[in-house]
Design a protein around this ligand. Structure first.
Ligand SMILES: NC(=O)c1ccc[n+]([C@@H]2O[C@H](COP(=O)([O-])OP(=O)(O)OC[C@H]3O[C@@H](n4cnc5c(N)ncnc54)[C@H](O)[C@@H]3O)[C@@H](O)[C@H]2O)c1
Length: 340
């Protein structure tokens, strides 16, 4: 397409491969010119599968390519801030996977580089683009359930990632709950003031030995009075468990899991169905497509970004508050958490 945007993608692992497939095959407004991965064979395999003309092992080839207008960052979290700064410095628009960084000072430096360059930055909080959760937000905003009182978010993975991933992930609050922190802010439309969190390693003691948790409950108190609970576990034997309820003065709205089919098998003593869609790549597939399409639209129309840098920073503050709460066994106010 002549008016399509030229894109480069960095990191062709789990999520990068998915975005590359969308940019290569499902988004006509994009021309994915180059993918890069330190593992060159992964970059080559991704390029060949997605019809992308070039692959590189050094991401700077993408940053320095004058033809590329937008960069999609899908490498591990500890690389994001430096890549955002480099891309902004080169005047590229940026889509960056969550979280921006584990360290608030590094996040602030990266966001300052984006502001200086005047480019669009979108953070990969894809669940905002899920049709079910958008309908919940709409119901809350329209007053369809009256004044919201309580939010309950259940988010459980089908199984834990590798220990290698866990060790680099920044911990469960920064890696996994961060999506639910974002979802809570998105659904309620207000800011969190205080957090209480508790957790343990119930699924795999090795996760505990690695210094992380795999099973947590978090309580959020919002400035507008709403109380929210989040339940996370790294393993639900029946599949990817993603449910939400908002309860208010005029009723409630509920989102159940997504299933591969609607068939229900009824017998004499049991009624059953197939388990939910197994993981994020199936459950949230369409949301990944929509977030990328909206990113490209924001570039074409001059913005604003649908999920700007501040929406990446606040959940990182919440994750740090939850970590502190868990460690110190007390409620932690968000204004206790300072960039350092
Ligand atoms: N939005 C979501 O739902 C979602 C889902 C999964 C992961 N993520 C985020 O995406 C990021 C990547 O996660 P993943 O699960 O795809 O990890 P992954 O380990 O599967 O893939 C990361 C890839 O980046 C490559 N890489 C490492 N350093 C690089 C560098 N300097 N330049 C180029 N490539 C580099 C690795 O070789 C690997 O192929 C993480 O920040 C994670 O939090 C977001």
């Amino acid at each position: 397409m002549s008016n399509s945007l030229s894109v480069g993608l960095i990191g062709t692992g789990r999520i990068g491969r998915l975005h590359a497939e969308h940019l290569g095959h499902r988004i006509p407004e994009a021309r994915l010119l180059t993918v890069s991965d330190v593992n060159e064979s992964a970059a080559r395999a991704c390029a060949q599968a997605c019809g992308i003309p070039r692959w590189e092992s050094d991401y700077r080839q993408i940053i320095n390519d004058p033809e590329i207008q937008a960069v999609v960052i899908c490498s591990p979290t500890d690389t994001h801030a430096a890549m955002i700064e480099a891309a902004a410095g080169a005047g590229k628009h940026i889509f960056c996977e969550k979280p921006i960084d584990f360290n608030l000072k590094r996040i602030d430096q990266a966001l300052e580089a984006v502001a200086r360059a005047g480019v669009i930055l979108q953070i990969g909080f894809n669940r905002r683009f899920d049709a079910n959760f958008q309908r919940v937000r709409q119901a809350v905003a329209n007053g369809e359930i009256g004044t919201p009182h309580q939010v309950h978010i259940i988010s459980r993975d089908p199984g834990p990632p590798s220990l290698e991933y866990i060790q680099k992930s920044g911990g469960i609050f920064m890696d996994m709950t961060i999506h639910d922190f974002d979802m809570a802010r998105f659904l309620v439309g207000s800011e969190v003031e205080e957090i209480y969190a508790c957790g343990s390693a119930r699924v795999d003691p090795a996760i505990g030995r690695a210094g992380d948790l795999d099973t947590v409950v978090v309580l959020l108190k919002f400035a507008n009075g709403v109380i929210c609970t989040i339940e996370n576990c790294r393993q639900a034997v029946y599949g990817y468990d993603q449910r939400v309820e908002v309860f208010g003065s005029g009723g409630s709205i509920v989102v159940d899991n997504n299933y591969p089919n609607t068939a229900v098998i009824q017998g004499k003593t049991t009624i059953y169905r197939d388990p939910p869609l197994n993981f994020f790549m199936q459950r949230y597939l369409e949301s990944y497509l929509r977030e990328m399409t909206d990113f490209l639209r924001a570039i074409r129309t001059g913005g604003p970004s649908p999920v700007p840098g501040i929406d990446g920073r606040i959940p990182a503050v919440m994750a740090q508050a939850a970590q502190r709460s868990c460690k110190q066994n007390r409620a932690v106010r968000l204004d206790e958490i300072q960039a350092s």
